[in-house]
Ligand binder design. Structure first.
Ligand code: PEP
Ligand code: MN
Length: 372
C-alpha cells in the first residue's frame, strides 16, 4: 500500500511523527519513506510492506498528513499503475520533460568513433532544433575482437561538444558500475555541460547488481532496454529494481525480440507493446527502430522499414525514439548499415511529426466518444 502525504506534510512535524509512530506500531508491517523532489513540489510517500490485506483504506485515509491511499497490486509496486493511482507519469531532467504524454527524438551515433563525427552530428541536431541525442562510448559487442567503444577517453570532448551545441540530454549506455563513475567524473570536469540518461542495454536488462547500483543514484535518469529474450513482465520487473533502489526516473525502451521469426528484420519488432507498457506502468515508453529493424531496407513505397516501424510506434503513443544516425556510415565502427544519413534528419523528423499528429488526433477522436 502507498500512503501519499499531503503537500504540506513536511511543515507539520508533529502530525508527521504521530503518523510514523502509528504505522510503526502496526504488527507485521514495515514502512519505507520515499521523498520525490520535483521542480514545483516535493511529494512524500510511505510504502507499507508486509501483510496489508487486512488494513482498511478508510482508516488509513483518516490518519494525519495522509492525502490518499493506493492499494498496489503485487506487480511493479513503484512504477506500476494501480487502481485510483494518480501519481505522475512524467519527470523533468535538465529542463526536458519526459512523460507518457511527450515525444522526444534521440538521434545520434551508435558509437562515438572520432571527434569530427561527433561534432558534425551534434551541429546537425542543433540546426534541426534538437536538444537530445544518443552517443555510445561503451559498446557491448558479440565478438571480443570487435571495437569496444572509446570509453572514458572520449567523454570530455563528447560532453563539451554537446554543451556547445545546446544538447540537454544524451542517452549513453553503460555496462559496468565503473562507467557511472567515469561519466560523473567527466560531467564534473566539463561543468555539467550536458545531462546524461544512463542506458542499460538489452544484454544487461537482468544484470540485477548493475540495476541496483544505477538505481541507488538519482542524479541521472535511466533508459532501460527490454531484454531481447525474456518476457515483458520480466523486463518490467527489471525496471522496478531501479525504482525499488530509489531511482524512478526511468524510460522503458522497446527494441525488438531476438528470434529467427524476425527475419528479414534484425529483431522482431515489438512496438505493439507501447500501449501495453503505458497501461501497466507509469513509465514513458521509447522505441528503437534502428536495433529492431537493423537495415536501411525500404518497401516499394520508398519508405524504409525503420521509418515505417517508427511511425507505427509513434502512432501507438511512443514517447521517445532512439535512432542511429552517422555522417559517414561506411566509416562507422559499429552498426553502419542501419544508420540514417544526416541529410535524412529533417525528413525523419517530419515523418515522425506526421505520426505524432495522427496519434493526437486519434486520442481526440476517442475522447469525443460517449461509450465507456
Ligand atoms: C544500442 O542502443 O546501441 C544497443 C546496443 O542496443 P541494444 O542494447 O538494444 O542492443
Ligand atoms: Mn547499435
Amino acid at each position: 500500500m502507498i500512503l501519499i502525504l499531503s503537500s504540506n506534510a513536511s511543515e507539520k512535524p508533529r502530525e508527521y511523527q504521530t503518523l510514523l509512530a502509528h504505522l510503526a506500531a502496526m504488527p507485521g508491517i514495515q514502512i519505507r519513506v520515499h521523498v520525490e523532489r520535483g521542480l514545483e513540489q516535493t511529494v512524500m510517500e510511505i510504502y507499507l510492506i508486509g501483510n496489508t490485506k487486512l488494513l482498511d483504506v478508510a482508516d488509513l485515509q483518516g490518519l494525519p498528513c495522509v492525502e490518499r491511499v493506493v492499494r498496489v497490486s503485487e506487480e511493479y509496486r513503484i512504477l506500476g499503475r494501480h487502481k485510483d493511482d494518480l501519481r505522475p507519469t512524467h519527470f523533468e531532467y535538465n529542463g526536458v520533460r519526459f512523460g507518457q504524454d511527450t515525444l522526444h527524438v534521440f538521434a545520434g551515433l551508435c558509437a562515438v568513433d572520432n571527434r569530427e563525427h561527433v561534432e558534425i552530428m551534434l551541429r546537425t541536431l542543433r540546426d534541426n532544433g534538437q536538444v537530445c541525442t544518443r552517443m555510445g562510448a561503451y559498446k557491448p559487442r558479440t565478438s571480443p575482437y570487435a571495437f569496444q567503444g572509446h570509453g572514458k577517453e572520449c567523454l570530455p570532448y563528447v560532453f563539451e561538444l554537446a554543451g556547445k551545441y545546446g544538447i540537454k540530454v544524451m542517452a549513453m549506455e553503460i555496462t559496468h558500475e565503473s562507467h557511472l563513475d567515469e561519466i560523473n567524473e567527466a560531467l564534473h570536469q566539463t561543468g555539467e555541460a550536458v545531462g546524461v540518461m544512463l542506458q542499460i542495454g538489452t544484454r544487461n536488462t537482468q544484470n540485477f547488481e548493475l540495476l541496483k547500483i544505477v538505481g541507488r543514484q538519482n542524479k541521472l535518469p535511466v533508459l532501460l532496454k527490454r531484454g531481447f529474450g525474456i518476457t515483458l513482465d520480466e523486463s518490467l520487473n527489471a525496471a522496478e529494481y531501479l525504482a525499488s533502489e530509489g531511482n524512478r526516473n526511468v524510460v522503458f525502451c522497446l527494441r525488438g525480440m531476438k528470434t529467427n521469426m524476425a527475419d528479414p528484420h534484425r529483431n522482431f519488432v515489438d512496438f505493439a507493446h507501447v500501449p501495453a507498457v503505458k497501461r501497466l506502468t507509469r513509465m514513458p515508453v521509447c522505441i528503437d527502430p534502428s536495433h529492431s529493424v537493423g537495415s536501411r531496407a525500404a518497401s516499394p513505397d520508398g519508405i524504409m522499414d525503420m521509418l515505417h516501424v517508427t511511425a507505427q510506434g509513434v502512432l501507438a503513443g511512443a514517447n521517445m525514439v532512439l535512432v542511429d544516425f552517422h555522417p559517414a556510415p561506411v566509416k562507422a565502427l559499429v552498426d553502419g548499415p542501419q544508420a540514417m544519413l544526416l541529410n535524412e534528419l529533417p525528413y525523419f523528423l517530419e515523418d515522425v511529426q506526421i505520426a505524432r499528429d495522427a496519434y493526437l488526433k486519434r486520442v481526440e477522436l476517442r475522447r469525443r466518444q460517449s461509450f465507456n
